[in-house]
Design a protein around this ligand. Structure first.
Ligand code: NAG
Ligand code: NAG
Ligand code: NAG
Ligand code: NAG
Ligand code: NAG
Ligand code: NAG
Ligand code: CU
Length: 561
């Protein structure tokens, strides 16, 4: 009896020490991000790009679950800028989310803003990027969240961990590319190269020196944290002769599965394990476009990096890559993504939303500002609303300060006109309306959204990103969503959780989440061209009753417009 008590007291003491140790181990990280111009040379051409601290890709933010992070961003560049922490939930704290004119006004040239946030129950690979017009073309970096001290990955600890940040490179100033497109109304020029950690690789001229190389020992297992930071392009990624075991997407673990190739949409991350179990040699890692729109130009180059076994000098082997339009490979890949075990998916919902998403065209009078097809300007919309950002104040400030005439809350929960979304869409339906329309969600509501691609102009696989949330992807398919037969096939057991969903080209995806994070949260296509054309909307998630269910007050240094 007594010895039992001593044992229990002893156990309690140990537990308490453990708990306090864990607390003590939660670190505070301080970073300084100086956004500045830097001259960079690729493909034999030099020009100034925007960087953080002169680095390209930018600095890696590496923390643990539970840590507090402070990043002082100082704008030493010519342009207005903001930084977004892509995939971080920022519970009650949209002030640190970053999208320009959504949760904050831009940080003006010469000014600073300090992002302060705590990593809450998240681990894995995320990233940060500029969220101000198209500046994220070069302003991006990895955000790696390790498990808390004393906790481990749900797989054997890899020998090496490598961030593999995929990007797009223009040999011209990206701002001029953007300005030309936004002025003319036509599609922007495509990129001149794809990059892996900022380098196109030695298949490109003048690029041999800079090609990224990783050395491994035979038998090593390597964790590749693949991030698609490309501005506009979905990408296939593969490594010659090596299987990739997928273990996580968007910083959520998955049921492991082996594959030769992965497809990563802009905004998404995929963690894969690779074991160096092949003949000692040199093997290319390679990334190339998955381009699903019909008759649309795209960057058809191949970016490479080299995985070399120690002391190997042989010529690197180039892996086969799927064709640019190989949707079957994309579907086979995404169908294998599952949560590791049974998860708690909302089965009854308070909000059943249906968003038709895709292109649109604005008719205009022929001239230099009307260079889209047949005297139009390109547009894009969600439920026929082509989103317009405010410019006087951010949506979040307008919401919290009750400033009228900045936005309305009448974003349509279903398409205002029902049509055969993926069939041949009559030209009369192609012109959306412009607006700053938000949608209200009560705190705690269970939400389902079916995202339905349209065939206005062309169908396309769009990577749709929701800020402030992770959602379950309960189903996807091709053609028009059928509300009477498709839900029966939903995966309500172990669907994957993501923050960015590639909606199948000419198809649909159904996502579910609980609206447990108050604030104003943007949902948009992560192809920046489409975002600029209006492919966005935002949710207002109202405060709940509990203290932990309310928005935190704004930081005192929040930029003013
Ligand atoms: C876009 O491409 C066209 C045709 O190659 C070229 O004339 C134009 O200068 C380019 N624009 C920019 C901003 O790079
Ligand atoms: C893209 O590049 C690949 C490999 O270089 C080539 O085989 C293919 O024909 C190209 N496709 C297009 C549409 O240009
Ligand atoms: C892919 O494109 C090629 C030509 O670029 C075409 O022959 C083929 O039919 C296309 N495949 C699919 C599945 O669309
Ligand atoms: C432009 O006209 C052609 C020929 O009538 C048509 O096929 C195409 O869809 C039109 N595009 C737009 C954006 O109106
Ligand atoms: C979008 O709204 C405009 C203006 O009311 C209308 O002309 C067009 O047909 C609508 N299109 C769709 C797909 O709802
Ligand atoms: C920066 O943003 C402010 C609004 O906050 C705007 O008035 C100003 O024109 C912008 N400056 C540039 C260079 O875009
Ligand atoms: Cu898109």
């Amino acid at each position: 009896m007594e010895s039992n008590l001593v044992f229990i007291v002893g156990l309690l003491a140990i537990l308490l020490t453990l708990v306090s140790m864990t607390k003590a181990n939660e670190a505070t990280h301080y970073y300084e991000f100086n956004v500045q111009e830097q001259t960079v040379t690729r493909l034999c051409k030099s020009h100034q790009i925007l960087t953080v601290n002169g680095q390209f890709p930018g600095p890696i933010v590496e923390v643990r679950n539970g840590d507090a992070v402070t990043v002082k961003v100082t704008n030493k560049a010519r342009y207005n800028v903001t930084i977004h922490w892509h995939g971080l939930r920022q519970m009650q704290n949209p002030w640190a989310d970053g999208p320009e004119f959504v949760t904050q006004c831009p940080i003006r040239s010469g000014n600073s803003y300090t992002y302060r946030f705590i990593i809450q129950d998240q681990e894995g690979t995320l990233w940060w990027h500029a969220h101000s017009r198209w500046l994220r073309a070069t302003v991006y970096g990895a955000l790696i969240i390790h498990p808390k001290l004393g906790f481990s990955y749900p797989f054997p600890k890899p020998k090496l961990e490598l961030p593999i940040v995929l990007g797009e490179w223009w040999t011209r100033d990206i701002v001029s590319v953007m300005q030309q497109a936004l002025f003319s109304g036509a599609a922007p020029n495509i990129s001149d190269a794809l990059t892996i950690n900022g380098q196109p690789g030695d298949l490109f001229k003048c690029s041999q020196q800079g090609t990224v190389r990783y050395t491994v020992n035979p038998g090593d297992t390597v964790l590749l944290r693949v991030i698609n930071a490309a501005l506009n392009q979905q990408l296939f990624f593969t490594v010659a002769n090596h299987k990739l075991t997928v273990v996580a997407t968007d910083a959520v673990y998955t049921k492991p599965f082996a594959t030769d190739v992965i497809m990563v949409g802009p905004g998404q991350t995929t963690d894969v394990l690779l074991t160096a179990n092949q003949k000692p040699g040199r093997y290319y890692m390679a990334a190339r476009a998955y381009a699903s729109a019909r008759n649309a130009p795209f960057d058809n180059t191949t970016a490479t990096a080299i995985l070399e076994y120690k002391s190997a000098t042989s010529r690197p082997i180039l892996p086969p890559l799927p064709a640019y339009n190989d949707t079957n490979t994309v579907t086979a890949f995404s169908n294998q993504l599952k949560s590791p075990e049974k998860v708690n998916v909302p089965t009854k919902f308070d909000q059943s939303l249906f968003f038709a998403i895709g292109f649109g065209f604005f008719n205009c009078s022929p001239g230099p500002r009307c260079q889209g097809p047949n005297n139009t300007r390109f547009g894009a919309s969600m439920n026929n609303v082509s989103f317009v950002l405010p410019s006087r104040v951010s949506l979040l400030q307008a919401y919290t300060n009750k400033i009228p005439n900045i936005y309305t809350t009448d974003f349509p929960p279903t398409p205002p006109v029902k049509f055969d979304y993926t069939g041949s869409v009559p030209r009369g339906l192609w012109q959306p309306i412009r607006g700053t329309k938000l949608y209200n969600l009560k705190f705690g509501s269970n939400v389902q959204i079916v995202l339905q691609d349209t065939n206005i102009f062309t169908t396309e696989d769009h990577p749709v990103h929701l800020h402030g949330y992770h959602f379950y992807v309960v189903g996807q398919g091709f053609g028009n969503f059928n509300p009477s037969s498709d839900p029966a096939r939903f995966n309500l057991i172990d669907p994957p959780q993501r923050n960015t969903i590639d909606v199948p080209v000419g198809g649909w995806a159904a996502i579910r989440f609980v609206a447990d994070n108050p604030g104003v949260w943007l949902m948009h296509c992560h192809i920046d061209t489409h975002l600029a054309w209006g492919f966005a909307m935002a949710f207002i998630v109202e405060d709940g009753v509990g203290l932990s269910q309310k928005l935190l007050p704004p930081p005192s240094d929040l930029p003013r417009c």
